[in-house]
Design a protein around this ligand. Structure first.
Ligand SMILES: Nc1ncnc2c1ncn2[C@@H]1O[C@H](COP(=O)(O)OP(=O)(O)OP(=O)(O)O)[C@@H](O)[C@H]1O
Ligand code: SF4
Ligand SMILES: [Mg+2]
Length: 325
């Protein structure tokens, strides 16, 4: 089956004046299938937002794509100009970010903001755009949508404003949605409701989603597949159950140990004296990895398929994950 989104060999760099350019994304390969919710997890600064913005054609300067392709349908987004991106964003591609109020125009009723997207991208006239905007408000479970259509963003709670942002993102039934930490600022109950809502809409619309989070618990609950990112690279991708029952990359094991708040488990997978440096050659995790061998210092491992749907970037993937007593 052709994936909805296919990224191959993607490099994104932030060139620095006089200094070394930061390679925030390096040789990244990732495929997201139709109707799939792919979690993208990894520690602070590993390049998640940079990847999301590269897909959206919205890298912050001086960031730029230096190699690779990002295929969505028949198009390579890595080669698209701003004018073409403007047509795609909102219609085929959408992104949801935290702090929904900053995404909304404070001077305009929220219903009109949804209708404006529908008019711009689908060419609807006023009345059908209003009707569809109302239906979208209903779809994201906004109570009393007719009244809320005319509300201004400051009149809505944080959870309601996030629903409106989701309504705008989903209004044109885009093929691909990215959520970058979008639910992290919400309280736990509202977050659970928004996640349920997103999952339902993704399945009804056969949309695909890249769900970026540092919360592995949310990824476990909500996503169908998991991709682990480490220092600009994808180091493991797997179906959710395979990943949580038997992670194969040492960094994935470290992440899970950190999430479990288990110092014993963490010590098992991470060197206590680990350096924060990224080695110039070899595996980018080598200085922190308890399994590092001589070869890891010189040969960069490739992302290799170990089982159907399960790929790992490691010379010595974990075979068994011991359960601590
Ligand atoms: N505008 C920028 N200019 C220069 N470097 C940047 C810029 N934005 C990000 N970077 C660098 O790129 C790397 C990846 O940053 P990015 O924001 O993509 O990480 P992240 O995984 O989203 O982190 P977080 O979990 O904190 O959101 C970091 O080293 C960061 O310093
Ligand atoms: S390639 Fe070597 S250093 Fe890198 S994660 Fe695997 S065992 Fe550890
Ligand atoms: Mg980020």
């Amino acid at each position: 089956m052709t994936p909805a989104l296919s990224i191959q060999g993607l490099n994104v760099a932030y060139p620095a004046y006089g200094g070394r350019s930061v390679e925030a994304v390096r040789g990244l390969d990732l495929e997201v299938g139709a109707g799939e919710i792919m979690a993208l997890v990894g520690e602070m600064g590993c390049g998640k937002t940079t990847l999301a913005r590269a897909i959206m054609g919205a890298l912050k300067p001086p960031g730029r794509i230096t190699a690779g392709s990002i295929r969505l349908g028949g198009q390579d987004l890595a080669r698209l100009g701003e004018a073409e991106f403007r047509k795609l964003r909102g219609r085929d591609l959408a992104m949801i970010v935290p702090n929904p109020r900053s995404e909304l125009d404070p001077m305009r009723p929220v219903g009109e903001q949804i209708a404006a997207v529908l008019r711009a991208h689908l060419g609807l006239t006023r009345k059908p755009a209003r009707e569809r905007a109302l239906a979208t408000l209903e779809a994201v479970r906004i109570p009393d949508p007719v009244r809320r259509y005319n509300a201004y963003p400051h009149e809505l709670s944080g959870g309601m404003a996030q629903r409106v942002v989701i309504a705008i993102a989903l209004a044109c039934e885009p093929r691909f949605i990215i959520s970058d930490d979008a639910t992290s600022g919400l309280d736990v109950t509202v977050q659970a409701q928004i996640l349920d809502l997103l999952a339902r809409l993704v399945s009804e619309q056969r949309t695909s989603m890249l769900y970026i989070t540092r919360d592995i618990g949310v990824a476990a609950h909500f996503c169908t597949r998991i991709a682990v990112m480490h220092r600009g690279e994808v180091v493991e991708t797997a179906d959710r159950d395979a990943f949580f029952s038997a992670p194969r990359h040492p960094y994935s094991a470290t992440l899970l140990a950190a999430f479990a708040h288990s110092p014993a488990l963490r010590a098992r997978w991470t060197r206590p004296d680990a350096s924060a440096e990224i080695p110039e050659r070899g595996c980018r995790f080598a200085l922190r990895c308890v399994r590092a061998m001589e070869r890891c210092a010189t040969d960069a491992p490739a992302l290799s398929v170990l089982a159907p749907g399960h790929a790992v970037r490691c010379h010595a993937p974990i075979r068994h994950m011991a359960v601590p007593a």
